[in-house]
Ligand binder design. Structure first.
Ligand code: MTE
Length: 324
């Protein structure tokens, strides 16, 4: 039996032709964001009261956060509705329109365990993280291995701020992110050929890099479930699959993790997964990327344009497959 994933990925080149998709409107036909937002907010509130009443009412908003202008994306910010309606989140289904299904995920209460090779293991409630971590907004690019890309104002905090609290032992070499498995709301978990739970990881040095960001918001609001709410990871110089969504455990270890996609197809998806236009995916070129929303095709940059921040991490690693 050929897993559905392989068939989907093989269809990808065709999926890139988005002209016929109903949500791929020219800017001129897009409803002004303020109108969409107000209407959506009203609808979400109405639905929320019925579905989750008190839990919704207790959910505090995203604390205000200043934009950090050190990270210049060099491209226009992608329209919010594109970012929140075209997603990869296989727990909710192996297609891009998982957003309606993802709304069923209960995002409160939510706890994140930080454990393993640390001096002070801890369990954090999400509200605790929102209140205590140094929140800032960063406009980062995201480049999916499937050759689409977006630019998003994320709110979050550096992973290093969290690690400083738990104090990694000197023997710890990797950080592993495990994401939520909630069978009652995630139909994708019934696709048992996938190696759930979705697991990703990086080295301690990569985790300590200033770009490594724990994301709790987007577009000035709490991170919606389809984008990995209430908390996800993002390293903008790597392909997007490294960015685990809806994280429940962060574990420090001396063992290199084998991540979800690597378990499934190690010839195509490896541990490092740094963006490189010169190294094609076995089934498609990585030279160009298609911007969500505008459909514009632009050249891909090495390390997704973040080489000044991260290239040093990879000196002396020539024996490693750094790019896929
Ligand atoms: N995290 C989980 N838990 N499940 C997933 O299927 N998909 C990854 C990543 N994180 C995925 C995930 C992939 S392939 C990409 S490109 C990004 O999430 C997409 O993030 P976005 O939907 O916010 O654009």
């Amino acid at each position: 039996r050929v897993p559905r994933l392989y068939r989907d990925k093989e269809r990808l080149p065709a999926m890139h032709i988005l002209k016929s998709r109903p949500w791929n409107l020219p800017e001129s036909r897009v409803t002004p964001e303020a109108l969409v937002f107000n209407r959506r907010q009203a609808m979400a509130l109405g639905a929320g009261m019925l579905a989750a009443g008190p839990a919704m009412a207790q959910q505090a908003g995203l604390p205000p956060a200043m934009r950090n202008t050190r990270y210049v994306p060099g491209r226009a910010i992608t329209a919010e509705r594109e970012v929140t309606t075209y997603n990869n989140f296989y727990e909710f289904g192996s297609h891009k329109t998982i957003s309606p299904t993802a709304q069923r995920m209960p995002m409160r209460p939510w706890t994140v365990k930080v454990e393993g090779m640390v001096e002070a293991p801890r369990e954090y409630g999400i509200e605790d993280l929102l209140a205590r971590m140094p929140l800032e907004e960063r406009v980062y690019r995201l480049r999916c291995v499937e050759a689409w890309a977006m630019v998003v104002p994320w709110t979050g905090f550096p992973l290093s701020a969290l690690l400083a609290e738990v104090k990694p032992l000197s023997s710890a070499r990797y950080v592993v992110f495990q994401t939520a498995t909630l069978p009652s709301v995630m139909p994708g978990l019934r696709q048992t050929w996938y190696p759930w739970p979705y697991t990703e990881g990086c080295t301690i040095a990569e985790a300590a890099n200033e770009l490594s960001f724990m994301v709790v918001g987007a577009y000035g609001k709490l991170l919606p479930p389809q984008n990995g709410g209430p908390i996800r990871f993002h390293q903008p110089w790597k392909y997007g699959f490294k960015a685990g969504k809806s994280i429940v455990t962060i574990r420090l270890t001396d063992q290199r993790p084998v991540s979800f996609w690597e378990k499934l197809q190690s010839q195509e998806y490896g541990f490092w997964a740094n963006v490189n236009p010169a190294v094609p995916h076995p089934r498609w070129s990585q030279a160009q990327e298609r911007m969500l929303g505008t459909g514009e095709s632009v050249p891909t940059q090495i390390f997704n344009g973040y080489g000044d921040f991260v290239a040093d991490l990879y000196t002396g690693l020539q024996g490693e497959r750094l790019w896929a």
